[in-house]
Design a binder for this molecule. Structure first.
Ligand code: MG
Length: 453
């Protein structure tokens, strides 16, 4: 059977691959897995939410589960409440930043952590074998309204963040899952909020659910036009955020991550920061200068959270804007991240541009080399074997996700794409020239390996 769960759960086109029949099976499998336990269910703003939710809930109650239905909520809120309410599992129906025709199913453990690969496999084999728990008519499950529980999340964030000045904040929620919650939270904390695209809408009419620089032109203009203090935008399900500076500029993602890591380590006096293999080398620079340590993982928040728990990390995040704050919970949280950034700005007395400027931005070059899927293992084996001889002065080779080689003035990452017939190359150098040199060398290495494979 083709694997159902990827790095972020199940994700596919709604009513094409991700059908009500599949959602029903996932519900039945989770009822089997939890032995008819208590399950929290929420969804984002997609048009397919009701269709998939109804089918999923049918499977759950057929297996004797009590379903606590939150309704519309960001993924991190579902994750937080799963643990807080003592649920056996949580299910988020979302395709995050994917186009509107997609949807997905992401499952969380009782601890409010995204299902690790091992648990996903268990669920997959229950689905494959179709040995579903079916209860007697007298013990069928039921659905309970849990929409009020979102207030518990709001209260918990208010306990964590308090602001003393009236910040003028632009929020572009993109018609996604944070549309109601993010403006509400900022207002409750005393901010003057200017919200854009804050009507939940599964067609995402305002902008793409992926908060790229291109998608945020309007938000950037609004920050500039209103002379706001700062702006934030979230992805479709609200586990990621990006910052817009007081000048209305898109904050470089690696720079934001490093600047916030620097701030946290300064306050905590050191500790472990977790990030993925794709993040800039500036992370090590900043973190080691503060007496901290960087742990690098595979791409995906499941790997980040797993490493954070194992290393007792003080902070973790990916350069896509998915940041995890362990003092609150162990799921990336866009709304919380943006509030904590404002908190950091207030405590440091810096403007967003000044907060970022404490950390340098190094040039990064990304290239793809075509490679048929079946050749990838052979190509990657050769890349692994030769990488330290091809690049001069390699101090460290990391093999957690593809192969990365670190040097004093740059690094390269060579990683097979999980979805396309290409090998992806990322090269970063302290100068444009060095980055290009490293990218060219990596392309030669991969193309040579592909030609021999
Ligand atoms: Mg997301």
């Amino acid at each position: 059977m083709k694997r159902l769960f990827g790095t972020s759960g199940i994700r596919a086109r709604a009513n094409v691959e991700l059908t009500p029949e599949l959602a029903l099976k996932v519900g039945s499998a989770l009822a089997t897995y939890t032995g008819g336990g208590e399950v929290l269910v929420a969804h984002d703003t997609r048009t397919s939410a009701q269709m998939l939710e109804s089918a999923l809930i049918s499977g759950l109650i057929a297996g004797g589960c009590t379903v606590h239905r939150v309704g519309l909520a960001p993924t991190p809120v579902l994750a937080y409440l799963t643990k807080r309410l003592g649920m056996d599992a949580g299910v988020m129906l979302t395709a995050s930043h994917n186009p509107p025709e997609y949807n997905g199913i992401k499952i969380f453990t009782a601890e409010g952590v995204a299902f690790p690969p091992k648990e996903q496999e268990r669920l997959e084999s229950i689905i494959a074998e179709e040995k579903f728990r079916r209860v007697d008519w007298r013990s069928l499950g039921r659905v309970v309204d849990a929409s009020g529980a979102v207030e518990l999340y709001v209260e918990s964030v208010r306990e964590l963040v308090s602001l003393s000045r009236e910040w003028r904040v632009v929020l572009d929620t993109g018609c996604g899952a944070t549309s109601i919650l993010a403006p509400k939270l900022f207002r409750e904390l005393g901010c003057k909020v200017y919200s854009l695209n804050a009507q939940p809408d599964g067609f995402f009419p305002g902008r793409s659910p992926n908060p790229t620089e291109e998608a945020l032109k309007t938000a950037m203009d609004v920050v500039r036009g209103l002379k706001a203090d700062v702006g934030f935008a979230y992805d479709g399900d609200g586990d990621r955020m990006v910052m817009l500076t007081e000048q209305g500029n898109y904050a470089p993602l690696d720079q934001s991550l490093a600047a916030y890591s620097d701030y946290i380590l300064d306050r905590k006096g050191g500790g472990v920061i977790v990030t993925n293999v794709e993040a800039s080398m500036v992370l090590e620079e900043v973190v080691e200068a503060r007496g901290g340590r960087v742990v690098r993982t595979r791409v995906g928040d499941i790997a980040i959270v797993d490493a954070m728990l194992r290393h007792n990390a003080v902070f973790g995040g990916e350069p896509c804007g998915a940041w995890v704050h362990p003092q609150h919970h162990h799921a990336p949280d866009g709304t919380l991240s943006s509030l904590l950034v404002v908190d950091a700005l207030e405590k440091t007395g810096l403007k967003p541009s000044e907060f970022l400027a404490r950390v340098p931005v190094y040039p990064v070059i990304r290239r793809n080399v075509p490679c048929r899927n079946e050749l990838k293992p052979k190509v990657m084996a050769e890349v692994e074997a030769r990488i330290s001889e091809v690049f001069a002065g390699v101090s460290d080779v990391l093999k957690v996700d593809g192969v990365a080689a670190r040097m004093s003035d740059g690094w390269v990452l060579i990683r097979p794409s999980g979805t396309e017939p290409v090998i992806r190359i990322t090269a970063e150098g302290k100068s444009e020239e060095r980055a290009r040199e490293l990218a060219d060398e990596a392309i030669r290495l991969v193309e040579g390996a592909v030609s021999r494979a």
